[in-house]
Each structure stands twice: as C-alpha cells, then as structure tokens.
Ligand binder design. Structure first.
Ligand code: ZN
Length: 234
C-alpha cells in the first residue's frame, strides 16, 4: 500500500481530546493575521470564551504579542504549518522540519508546548498522520465548518455553524488567509448559539496535557488519543 496517498480528512470531536460532555471547541486557522486575529481576541476576551489557534509559523514574527495574548486569555496555540503547504505534497524531511520549526517558535514566544497539529486544508495521508504522531503531537481536525474562508456572508457563517452545533463539536473558523471580517462579525452570534444550547466552549488542549482546563473534568476520563506523549514532550 502506498501510505503517501491522500486519505479522507478525519473528523475530530472533543472526546478525542479527553474532554467530557457538554463542551465544544472553537478553532481558528491561518493566523496570526492583523487585524483579524486581534479582533477575534477582542471578542473572546469580551465574552470570556477560550478558543484554539492553529497558527502558521511564518506569520509569528512581528505578531509575538498577539500570540502571548492568546495564551493570556486561556487560548491554546497549536501548529497549522510553516507556510500553508499541504503536508501531503511535502517530502518527509520538509514535513518534519516545518512541524519542528513552527512548534519551536510557538514554544519560544508563548512558553507553552504545542500538543496538536492541524494539517493545511485537512489534507493527510497515512504517512502524514504517522509523522505528526512521531513528533509527539496529535493530529487535530474538526467536525463543523461553514466555509467561512469562502466569505459566504455573515448570516451563512453564523447559521452554518449554529445549525450543526452539537455536544463535542470542534468548529473550524479562520482568522487569517484573507479578509476575515465576515468571520469576525459572525463570531459573537456563534458564541451566543453555543451558550443558548447550554454548551461551554473550551480550548482543544488534551485535558491531561494542561493545567488550565476545567478541574471539573472527571479523573476517570479516558482519551482515545495518546495524550501521554503530548504531556511529556519537552
Ligand atoms: Zn489553513
């Protein structure tokens, strides 16, 4: 079998990261990119809502304060890629180098060790998934999106996410990669929809890999991923 051939994008739900029921995760890809990332953070701060940012390593320099603000607000900063090249189109050495330099820069700037990677465009192969796990990181995808990157309109983003929201959902949004004003405008309504359903937004960080997650998580919870490698990787 050729394990470099693309496979269907896996679905990630919060249970995969060891979170108990009643939670959802908002995730943002392709930043940091001014002014959108700052505007997203303003809303998260105003609403007391944490999120997870899958960042591009090449965009971190010059935006260090923005990354530190993410972690100050209880958000997780994770690896998207160095410069958004699909990992299925990289050779193993390029893939390893880009994951390593992105995670190292996140660690240097925020002081937090990333635990997860979301490959660009969700394009993966068995070889890509193996490379991520070999780096001690967890592949992370999503369960809900509303194609916000195509700028379908604020209403379409809000209703597309809200109609698909469910316990354990991982919502894909974007704070970079172009004009994200529609995503920013939809975000307060998305957060309201989460709360109207009685759900609570949490960062995607595996519960065993962070001290910042809710202490209400039951100690008996058994993640289906392997958080031990993420928790001990230094
Ligand atoms: Zn992306």
């Amino acid at each position: 079998m050729d394990d470099s051939r693309p496979i269907e994008t896996p679905v990630t739900r919060l249970a995969d990261f060891g979170h108990r029921a009643g939670r959802v995760a908002l995730t943002f890809d392709d930043g940091p990119q001014p002014p959108w990332t700052g505007e997203v953070l303003d809303i998260l701060e105003d609403t007391g809502c944490p999120a997870t940012f899958f960042v591009l390593g090449s965009q971190i320099r010059g935006n260090e304060r923005t990354l530190r603000r993410m972690t100050d607000l209880g958000c997780a900063v994770e690896v998207h890629a160095w410069d958004h090249i699909r990992m299925t189109e990289q050779d193993p050495e390029q893939r390893r180098r880009d994951i390593d330099r992105t995670r190292a820069l996140i660690r240097e700037v925020t002081g937090h060790e990333p635990t997860a990677v979301r490959p660009p465009d969700g394009r993966v192969s068995v070889a890509v998934l193996d490379a991520i796990r070999a780096a001690g990181l967890i592949p992370a995808f999503w369960s809900v999106h509303a194609r916000d990157w195509t700028r379908p309109g604020v209403e379409a983003i809000e209703s597309g996410v809200s109609s698909a929201l469910a316990d354990g959902a991982v919502v894909l949004l974007h704070d970079g990669g172009g004009d994200r004003s529609q995503t920013v405008a939809a975000l307060p309504r998305v957060i309201k929809a989460i709360r109207d359903l009685g759900l609570r937004a949490v960062s995607l960080t595996p519960v065993t890999a962070s001290q910042t997650v809710s202490p209400a998580v039951s100690p008996g919870v058994s993640p289906t991923v392997s958080p031990a490698s993420a928790a001990t990787d230094e």
